[in-house]
Design a protein around this ligand. Structure first.
Ligand code: ZN
Length: 362
C-alpha cells in the first residue's frame, strides 16, 4: 500500500540533494542506491540516466521521471504550509518538479515489494538534463527499454491532469559567412555578415502564427569589433506546432526565404540546419497509453483531463522512439518559480494511479 509518511520522507530526502541540470551525479547515485536497496539491478547508461527493472507478468510498463531541477535550486529548504502542502522557503524553487515524480516511482516499487504484489515488468528510466532540452532522454540507451508504453510522471496538478497534446518542435541554426575588412579604410572590400543575417531574421517565422503554431528567433551573435566589417553571424531559432504539416510548411518557408537571401547576397555564404528536436503527439482513443491510463483513472474515480501543453517533455522523445508515453500530474504547482509547492494528497493520488497501472497485469 502507498505509505504517506514514507513517500513524503523520500521526497524531502531527494529535495535535500541539489541536482541542477548538468550537476546530477549526486542525485543519480542516490536514486541508484535506493533502487538497489529495493533489490533492483539499477545502473546508469552512458548519458548518466538511471535505469532499473523489476520482473513481472505481462506487458512491461516504463515509469519515468527526470532527476534534474532548475535555478534557483541550491540549498532548498522545504517548509510545511499546513498539513498537506510543502513549499520552499521562498528563496528557491521547491523541486517537486520532479523529485515528486522520483518519489512516486520509488514508493510504487516499495509498495509492490512489501505487498508481494503481482505486477507487470516495471522498467524505470530517470533522466538527466530534462530542463535544458530533454538532453538525457535524447541520449538515453533505448536498448535497456523494452516497454512500448510509458508513464512520464512530470506534469503539474493532480494525476488526472494529463498532457493530451504536445507540439512538434523544430530547431534551427543559421551561419552567415561574410568577409572581413577595415570599416574605415576599405569597407567596400567587406561583406557584412550581420546585415545579411538581419535580412535572414526579418523573413523567419516569429511570434504566434496561429492558435497552435509559433516561431521564434532566439539568439543572434556576430561580429568581433566595432571597426571591422563582420565576417560572421550566427542565428538560433525554433518553430512549434501541434500539427506536423504546419511546422513542416514553416520550415519550407524559412528555407525558401534563406535561399532568396543567399541569391540577393552572392558575396555571403549561408549555411543552415533544421532539425526536428522532438515529435509532437495527440492522445486519441486507441492510443495504448491513453487507453490504459484513462481506464485506471476512471476505476479510481478520477476523470481524465487531457489538455494541450506548449512545451515538450521526455514523453515527446519517448514517442519518437516508438514508446507510447503519457505525462501525468504529480501534485506540483507553480513549477520553475520560488512559489512552487506540492499538494501531498495529489502526489499520493498519483502514486495510487501508478500503482494501479503496474498492478494491471491482465
Ligand atoms: Zn519537469
Amino acid at each position: 500500500m502507498i505509505n504517506r509518511d514514507r513517500i513524503v520522507q523520500a521526497f524531502l530526502d531527494l529535495v535535500g540533494i541539489d541536482s541542477l541540470s548538468g550537476d546530477e551525479d549526486a542525485i543519480a547515485a542516490e536514486l541508484e542506491r535506493r533502487l538497489r536497496a529495493l533489490g533492483l539491478d539499477a545502473a546508469q547508461d552512458a548519458a548518466g540516466n538511471v535505469h532499473a527493472r523489476r520482473e513481472g507478468t505481462g506487458e512491461p510498463l516504463l515509469l519515468s521521471a527526470h532527476m534534474d531541477t532548475v535555478e534557483p535550486g541550491r540549498g532548498i529548504k522545504p517548509t510545511w504550509d499546513g498539513p498537506d502542502i510543502i513549499r520552499s522557503d521562498g528563496t528557491t524553487i521547491l523541486g517537486a518538479d520532479n523529485k515528486a515524480g522520483c518519489a512516486v516511482i520509488l514508493e510504487v516499487l516499495q509498495s509492490a515489494i512489501e505487498d508481494r504484489a503481482a505486477t507487470r515488468p516495471i522498467e524505470v528510466a530517470i533522466s538527466r538534463g530534462e530542463e535544458v532540452g530533454l538532453v538525457g532522454a535524447q541520449n538515453m540507451d533505448y536498448n535497456r527499454i523494452s516497454a512500448k508504453v510509458a508513464i512520464v510522471i512530470d506534469s503539474g496538478g493532480p494525476p488526472s491532469a494529463i498532457q493530451g497534446q504536445a507540439p512538434y518542435h523544430y530547431v534551427y541554426d543559421i551561419d552567415v559567412h561574410g568577409r572581413a575588412a577595415h570599416a574605415g579604410l576599405e569597407p567596400e572590400k567587406g561583406v557584412p555578415a550581420i546585415t545579411v543575417a538581419a535580412e535572414a531574421v526579418l523573413g523567419l517565422p516569429q511570434g504566434r502564427i496561429d492558435f497552435e503554431t509559433t516561431g521564434n528567433v532566439g539568439t543572434i551573435h556576430g561580429g568581433l569589433v566595432r571597426n571591422a566589417v563582420p565576417d560572421f553571424a550566427h542565428i538560433e531559432g525554433e518553430m512549434r506546432s501541434m500539427e506536423f504539416e504546419k511546422v513542416e510548411s514553416l520550415v519550407a518557408r524559412a528555407r525558401d526565404h534563406l535561399a532568396e537571401v543567399q541569391t540577393r547576397n552572392p558575396g555571403a555564404r549561408l549555411e543552415h540546419r533544421f532539425t526536428l528536436g522532438y515529435p509532437g503527439y495527440k492522445l486519441e482513443p486507441g492510443d495504448p497509453a491513453a487507453d490504459l491510463l484513462f481506464g485506471v483513472l476512471r476505476e479510481l474515480g478520477m476523470e481524465p483531463d487531457p489538455h494541450p501543453v506548449g512545451g515538450g517533455t521526455d514523453g515527446n522523445v519517448f514517442r519518437g522512439h516508438g514508446i507510447a508515453a503519457v505525462v501525468i500530474g504529480r501534485g506540483g504547482y507553480n513549477q520553475h518559480t520560488k512559489d512552487e509547492y506540492l499538494v501531498i494528497p495529489e502526489m499520493l493520488d498519483c502514486a495510487r494511479v501508478v500503482e494501479a497501472l503496474v498492478r494491471k497485469v491482465d
